[in-house]
Design a protein around this ligand. Structure first.
Ligand code: PMV
Length: 311
């Protein structure tokens, strides 16, 4: 049986400003994954069938039809790139990554599909080629992404990312203990990115100052991660959240969860990803982890889970 997978991700620092050329830091969440399984079609169907039960999609992929679907486009790009004949297989997709919560579920599902299909046709695709395919799919269906989501998911390691540049993997010097909590509100990253664009056009000077400040925070955060300075890291998260509020991408629910996390002993907390809903992250220690999770649930989080990065 052929199987391939890809992880979820969170953005630790720098979302939104990364669209404007500022750096950002993202880490993979390897415990949440999208998995693609390949089975031969018996009897043969003459096309690739993709079944994504979680999102209620069943697709028949040939090279002839117009492509109006991210998964079909990804599959077609693999076939075009490798020059392989269309394999007669069914690819089943499953994912434990919540959809539209800023955890990269779309990019992870696409990455798993690309890897599984490449394996099914015995093609070896380098991560750089996979990353390019997933980025092109993200571009067509999600507006003007910076590329950070696909990059951290394909390479599955902590990255310092600047749009249009080769990503820099780095290692935190000490484990980073996070709690990730969901507002339960699904929000469109395309809309929040568009609203920041409007803000920028209406008030370029003030918005540029906010973006510059976020960029400075990201550089300090990288040093704090490399030096194991978790107090400083927490304080930088709080500062980054405040700047994201000024960019109008927070929400009352996200602010409430951030306050609850800090009030219950987290070293810092902020929204993560596109904002307006979706997930927030809190920096904890093994000692404060359970009390912060309880406080987040009390403050309305529909889900909260703990993860450790860099251990
Ligand atoms: O909502 P997410 O996790 O896909 O976050 C996107 C991050 C943004 O910086 C808001 C947009 C981008 O393309 O980088």
């Amino acid at each position: 049986m052929i199987q391939a997978s890809a992880p979820a991700k969170v953005i630790l620092f720098g979302e939104h400003a990364v669209v404007y050329g500022k750096p950002a830091i993202a880490v993979p969440i390897s415990s949440l994954r999208a998995v693609a399984t390949v089975d031969p079609n018996v009897p043969p169907l003459g096309y690739i069938r993709v079944i994504a039960e979680d999102i209620g999609q069943a697709l028949s992929i040939t090279m002839a039809d117009d492509v109006d679907n991210a998964l079909s486009l990804a599959a077609r790009k693999v076939i075009e790139l490798t020059g392989s004949p269309l394999p007669d297989v069914t690819i089943s997709l499953r994912s434990s990554i919540p959809i539209a919560g800023g955890l990269g579920s779309g990019a992870a599902v696409t990455t798993a599909l690309v890897r599984a299909l490449a394996a099914a046709i015995n093609a070896h695709l380098e991560n750089a080629a996979i990353n390019q395919i997933v980025f092109e799919v993200e571009k067509l269906f999600h507006g003007t992404p910076s590329g950070i989501d696909n990059t951290v998911i394909v390479y599955e390691q902590p990255i310092y990312f600047v749009r249009g540049q080769i990503m820099q993997p780095f290692l935190p010097s000490a484990p980073v203990h996070l709690v990730i909590a969901d507002t339960g509100i699904t929000a469109s990253t395309k809309v929040s990115v568009g609203d920041v664009r409007t803000l920028f056009e209406r008030n370029p000077e003030r918005t540029q100052v906010i973006l510059d400040d976020i960029g400075d925070i990201v550089d300090k955060a990288r040093h704090a991660l490399e030096n194991g300075s978790s107090q400083q890291l927490g304080s930088l998260m709080v500062q980054n959240h405040e700047l994201l509020r000024q960019l109008t991408v927070s929400s009352p629910e996200l602010d409430r969860l951030v306050e609850a996390a800090i009030g219950s002993g987290a070293l810092g907390a902020k929204l993560s990803g596109g904002g307006r809903g979706g997930n927030m992250i809190a920096l904890v220690t093994p000692e404060t982890r359970s009390q912060v999770m309880a406080a987040l649930r009390n403050a309305g989080a529909t889900n909260a889970f703990a993860t450790t990065v860099g251990s």
